[in-house]
Design a binder for this molecule. Structure first.
Ligand code: NAD
Length: 309
């Protein structure tokens, strides 16, 4: 299968590498970061997967330089880069090209539908983690599921084909009957752990040991749950979600989540697609999401004080 990775940062390189190396797929990495493209073209992709180092020769170029219709495209931009990336890959999307989206955050299906027929959109989530150590040098860790579901109920075959390719590539593809629930629940993880660790400049263990954690979690999750139900009919039980978050916090306490890392690296956060999205959806239903609004404002203020554009 001809596969493009549209946005080949940390996660994109990890998926692209395993799809090519283990899965035997014909992969092209697409990106706009000159130094990263140059490093991969000159030295190959240097990648450490679950502690094992490798160097893999991979095709990598800018989106406008690829001039072939792809069978499948995995989008791996940050949320705020998705629309621009979709515009720049319009010419490689054919009538049957599957577009797979595993980004964190809310609202991506609506963005994708501006460029791709719904029958070809596959939404999902991943619990694999990744980072960039230098241009052309990345790490990728995990073994957990990559959950996928076709957006059009008639198109399950297409999603199953991608699940199979992921599994053959060592990425543990799993078909989900309700990927929307997983997406909302993951947004809750990011809208609490990520946002609070970034604001408090602390790791998960420290934040979850704070005296106000229960009221913060309950305030944020109640707002997520209200709009998940109204917009998508998704039932997020607030108490059960808090218990789930605390269990997760116990297992990854020492971790500084990606939003914390974004601020440390002076890069914009995905807050507008998490707590900020909850604020916007709430407005459509004449609700207020004051907890999420305060968190969104504070994160943007932090970006401003750090001079992040
Ligand atoms: P990333 O920041 O590594 O890459 C996103 C884009 O930013 C890429 O195009 C990349 O080339 C570019 N970029 C990164 N560093 C840059 C730099 N210093 N200068 C110029 N450009 C740079 O993003 P990611 O971590 O791969 O995340 C992609 C999506 O997947 C996001 O929605 C994220 O929330 C989600 N996600 C990430 C992880 C993870 O562990 N990284 C896990 C699950 C979900």
């Amino acid at each position: 299968m001809k596969i493009a990775i549209a946005g080949s940062g940390a996660l994109g390189c990890g998926f692209g590498y395993l799809l090519q190396k283990k899965g035997g797929q014909d992969v092209t990495l697409l990106d706009n970061w000159d130094a990263h493209i140059q490093a991969v073209n000159e030295n190959g992709l240097k990648i450490t997967v679950n502690g094992v180092e490798d160097i893999e020769e991979m095709k990598m170029c800018k989106p406008h330089e690829l001039n072939e219709i792809m069978d499948a495209i995995f989008v791996f931009t940050k949320s705020m880069g998705l629309k621009a990336m979709m515009k720049s890959i319009d010419h490689i999307i054919g009538e049957d090209t599957k577009v797979i989206c595993l980004l964190n955050g809310l609202g991506h299906l609506q963005t994708l539908q501006q460029f791709v027929d719904k029958k070809n959109i596959i939404m999902g989530t991943t619990v694999w983690t990744a980072g960039i150590d230098a241009p052309g040098v990345t790490h990728f860790n995990g073994q957990g599921p990559v959950e996928l579901q076709n957006s059009d109920p008639e198109e399950k075959e297409g999603a199953l084909e991608i699940v199979d390719i992921l599994t053959k590539s060592g990425l543990n593809g799993v078909y989900s009957d309700n990927v929307n629930f997983t997406t909302w629940r993951k947004a809750c993880v990011n809208g609490t752990m990520n946002a609070l660790c970034a604001l408090l400049d602390s790791n998960i263990e420290e934040v979850f040991a704070s005296s106000t954690i229960d009221s913060m979690l309950s305030g944020i999750i109640t707002e997520f749950a209200a709009v998940a139900k109204l917009q998508d009919g998704i039932e997020l039980d607030v108490d059960e979600t808090i218990t789930y978050l605390k269990g997760l916090a116990d297992s990854v306490g020492a971790h500084y989540p990606s939003m914390h890392q974004d601020l440390a690296n002076k890069r914009p956060t995905e807050i507008d697609f998490l707590n900020g999205a909850v604020v916007e959806i709430s407005k459509q239903f004449n609700l207020e999401a004051s907890y999420c609004k305060a968190i969104t404002d504070l994160i943007h203020a932090k970006e401003d004080t750090l001079g992040i554009k």
